[in-house]
Write a protein that binds this ligand. Structure first.
Ligand code: ARG
Ligand code: ZN
Length: 884
């Protein structure tokens, strides 16, 4: 075994040590280069001797030549940071192997063999949290996308499917619970204080779905009987004290299982379903077969420590991971370019589930807000990529809002075009045809074509073209006829200068101004660059409501008359369209205000028009409070910036806050009344009480902007009287943006009350890092020195720095200090956790769309990162794309 030598031991005169580091240019992987793996690995036997700082892994692979691939006598096994201790072929030591970079290449003489390799790993040193790592004294794994190669040498690609038998041995006291995929077949104690368990997963799976957990855990145990009468044991494993906060996750799991049977006809396929919550986790959760591993954030909740939106997040993520059992596990991906095959589809499935569990329009509005806030900016920047990318250097960088959320929108459009019933026929065909396979997006599209009877020839462009289409809309009226003129433009994106027109399904309705009614919703699909659609029978020009329900993930460009927006905001029977009209009214006003295009009188009358529209929302008793709360949320600064070619974040912040203050003043009495009414609703988790909590905090936000003293008093009272986290956090958020002793007192009280509860302490960090307070940056700098802060825990890093990076007024400080702060974070975090470090890059990557002063400062920080030696592949790729 080769010990790494430092340059100075090779060369005493220091020349090498001073030489510039080798420019590292990690290779580009391309979709078109896909080749099936020359070997099949039908069976894997793993044996783990577990220890926090030393775990020994013996992997026994049965391999045979793949008749569907070109023969290759060499089997190429991926590795990452591993050295083989022993390599055996058919039980005999061999030296017919060599290392190529981190991978192990082994020559195999025959058609089928048994390859046995032993490796040793140190989970406690694994700060990347990929592969096998230690979290709070327990051992757990994350293998998607390429973490399994950090455990043992393996063809670590999703098209190699194997059945796994796993033997785990570990100290009985440190690791009383030993979990793996599939079913527990046997377990027992040894004489030396260790014990063992043997797990077998009958379903062939790719290595990215492997999981193992060992630790001191307790379970909330329940059961679920499937539609065919199979009794499934359900366990949610957590740390001892956390058991009382697992009830909501368990209910969410059972609801998900029932819903997937009813709506997609999918039944669970093992007798056991385990979930484990871990506090160190790069993402939200992971769908490992029969053993989902979750970030604690998406498991633990009770009314005292979790907000209503935390409860919703848990329900959605539990469902998402559970649904992957079919869309992801039973049918997996051929290669990582197909990621949206499982992620886009599964996000759609979890969105539809959440729509059914709660309020459909509110969920739709929230999902569109996420799309516009996260995916649209991605699609219009240097990191834009199609939902099925063509190339990558580091696949972790492609777990994006585009692959996930736009991916879901693309499948949702197909569902809109064919209707629910034919959509179901198509998904049935897809699952039946590809069960047990590693499939492609093309397979999904073909199943949709055959099962639903639709030609998706042109629609495939949604998979290959990046960029958010712009649809320009003009409505003309002549005699009895209304004519809709539509045109589309798909903007150029990196590597795709030229685009073809895409099919864009637009739901629309034409309202009679007098009666406030329309003659039914219609679906028109714009397939050409320009087209006209005529509608007869309109003596007067109708009011157009278009892209209802957000039927297509596009931006609509239209000079809608203000009176039409006011009409729709008050009368549209599609709640999404109603929300949209109100947003349009506000967005178009703010854009003019930011441009300095409004004199005092014009400013005043626009604000009054918006106040009237919001006043109508406050007064409308046909609305429930959940929807009312949604309608009151102002478009975010990020979304406003996105609607402008070049944005001045400072001006956007000023104008948005000034408008909010003006609205708070004009509607002060109404907001106070709303707050009072909502405060009288007692705590419960039903929709009415949740709605009341939502509007309560919305009212505080406006009041605090318009009348800070009043807002402060009311927020402080809400904080002190709170009997649940939603009210408490809402009030604290408002106080954190204000000055005064109440701010300090509330923050201190909150910390003392919840010290030791990591998820709530995360909130405490995040509230301060995302606050409206002018000294936000100074607060963040001092919080970074807080004893509870650490770069090693991704939730904590996100709660401080991600919250800051997405807090426009603080991040975009004109001095550039916010950019420098985030660049420093990237550089400090990169050697610890490259995946999480790289997730900060996109915010700096927006530089081309920001006004010149700030733009230069952002670019400067990107260049500083780029020039650092030894960047990870993750950060290197994101920074070079952002500058390129
Ligand atoms: N498949 C997981 C999910 O969306 C995400 C895992 C991503 N992991 C990663 N290291 N990028 O449910
Ligand atoms: Zn997923």
């Amino acid at each position: 075994m080769d010990i790494a030598r430092t340059p100075s031991t090779i060369d005493g005169n220091n020349q090498l040590a001073d030489a510039p580091p080798e420019p590292k240019d990690p290779p580009v992987i391309r979709r078109e280069d896909y080749k099936p793996f020359p070997w099949l690995v039908p069976q894997v036997e793993l044996s783990f001797d577990l220890g926090i700082s030393k775990t020994t892994v013996q992997a026994k692979l049965s391999v045979e030549r793949n008749p569907a691939a070109n023969a290759d006598p060499v089997i190429h096994l991926n590795g990452d940071g591993l050295q083989p201790l022993t390599v055996l072929i058919d039980g005999e030591p061999t030296d017919s192997w060599h290392m190529e970079d981190a991978d192990l290449l082994l020559s195999l003489p025959g058609e089928s063999h048994e390859v046995t390799i032993t490796t040793e790993i140190d989970p406690s040193a694994n700060t990347q949290l990929m592969g096998l790592y230690a979290s709070d004294g327990m051992l757990c794994t994350q293998c998607e996308a390429e973490g399994f190669r950090r455990i043992t040498f393996f063809p670590d690609r999703p098209d190699v499917l194997s059945t796994y038998r796993v033997h785990m041995t570990g100290d009985a006291e440190a690791f009383p619970v030993l979990l793996c995929n599939g079913n527990l077949e046997a377990s027992g104690a040894n004489d030396d204080g260790t014990h063992w368990a043997e797990w077998h997963d009958p379903w062939p799976k790719p290595s990215y779905l492997f999981a193992l957990v060992a630790g001191q855990l307790v379970a909330n145990t329940d059961s679920f009987t499937t539609m065919n009468g199979r009794k499934v044991t359900l366990n949610i494993y957590v740390r001892d004290g956390d058991l009382p906060r697992t009830g909501h996750a368990m209910e969410s799991l059972k609801k998900s299982m029932r819903w997937d049977e009813k709506v997609f006809g999918r039944e669970y396929d093992l007798d056991l379903f385990n979930i484990v919550a871990v506090s160190d986790f790069n993402m939200g959760a992971m769908e490992n077969k029969g053993l989902n591993v979750f970030n604690t954030k998406y498991v633990l909740a009770d009314e005292d420590t979790a907000t209503d939106s935390d409860f919703d997040g848990i329900e959605g993520v539990i469902a998402h991971e559970y649904f992957h059992n079919w869309s992801g596990n039973r049918v997996t991906c051929r290669d990582w370019f197909q990621l949206s095959l499982k992620e886009g589809f599964t996000v759609l499935r979890d969105q539809l589930f959440s729509q059914d569990m709660g309020s459909e329009p509110v969920k739709r509005i929230e999902d569109v807000r996420v799309l516009r806030g996260a995916q649209f900016p991605e699609d219009s920047g240097p990191l834009a990529h199609p939902i099925r990318p063509d190339s990558y250097r580091e696949i972790s960088n492609f777990y994006t809002a585009t692959v996930y959320n736009k991916g879901a929108e693309v499948i949702r459009m197909m569902r809109t075009m064919v209707g629910e019933e034919r959509f179901r026929a198509a998904t049935d065909l897809y699952f039946d045809t590809h069960d047990g396979e590693a499939a492609t997006c093309e397979d999904f599209i073909r199943a949709m074509e055959q099962g639903a009877g639709i030609d998706l020839g042109q629609f495939r462009l949604w998979y290959s073209q990046a960029g958010t289409p712009k649809v320009t809309v003009r409505l003309e009226h002549d005699g009895e006829t209304a004519t809709l003129h539509l045109s589309q433009e798909v903007p150029a994106t990196p590597g795709q200068p030229e685009k073809q027109p895409m099919p864009i399904p637009l739901k629309l309705a034409l309202f009679d101004r007098e009666t406030g009614k329309h003659h039914g919703e219609q679906l028109v699909t714009l397939t050409k660059a320009q087209d006209n659609f005529s509608f007869a029978g309109f003596a007067q020009p109708p009011v157009l409501s278009i892209n209802r329900g957000f039927s297509a993930p596009v931006t609509i460009q239209r000079d809608t008359p203000v009176e039409d927006l006011v009409f729709l905001a008050a009368k549209d029977d599609d709640p999404f369209a109603r929300y949209e009209a109100l947003q349009d009214l506000i967005v178009s006003h703010l854009k003019q205000a930011v441009d300095g295009a409004l004199d005092l009188a014009a400013m005043q009358s626009a604000r009054e028009a918006i106040a009237r529209a919001l006043g109508a929302v406050l007064a409308d008793d046909t609305l429930d409070d959940l929807m009312r709360g949604e309608l009151l949320v102002l478009p975010s600064e990020t979304y406003l910036a996105e609607t402008m070619l070049i944005a001045d974040p400072g001006r956007i912040h000023e104008e948005r806050q000034a408008m909010r203050a003006a609205l708070g003043t004009m509607l002060e009495a109404e907001f106070v009344a709303l707050h009072q009414r909502a405060s009288a609703v007692p705590f419960s988790l039903d929709a009415e009480a949740r709605g009341a909590r939502k509007v309560k905090t919305q009212a505080l936000i406006y009041l605090a902007a318009g009348n800070p003293e009043l807002g402060k008093q009311m927020a402080w009272a809400q904080y002190q009287g709170a009997d649940n986290m939603t009210d408490r956090q809402g009030a604290l958020m408002v106080l954190t943006g204000l000055t005064g002793i109440e701010r300090t007192d509330a923050l201190m009280d909150f910390y003392n009350r919840y010290q030791g509860n990591a998820l709530v302490v995360d909130k405490w960090f995040a509230l301060q890092a995302s606050s409206m307070h002018p000294a936000c940056m100074a607060h963040v700098e001092s919080l970074a020195k807080h004893p509870d802060f650490t770069l090693k825990n991704p939730n904590r890093v996100r709660s401080l720095y991600m919250a800051f990076a997405y807090n426009p007024h603080a991040f975009h400080a004109a001095s550039g200090e916010g950019y420098k702060l985030i660049a420093d974070v990237i550089l400090a975090l990169d050697p610890i956790n490259p995946q999480t470090a790289a997730r900060f890059v996109p915010q700096l990557g927006r530089w081309r769309r920001i006004e010149p002063g700030r733009s230069a400062l952002m670019k400067e920080q990107l260049e500083r990162i780029a020039s650092a030696p030894e960047l990870s592949r993750d950060t290197y790729e994101q920074v070079s794309r952002s500058l390129g």
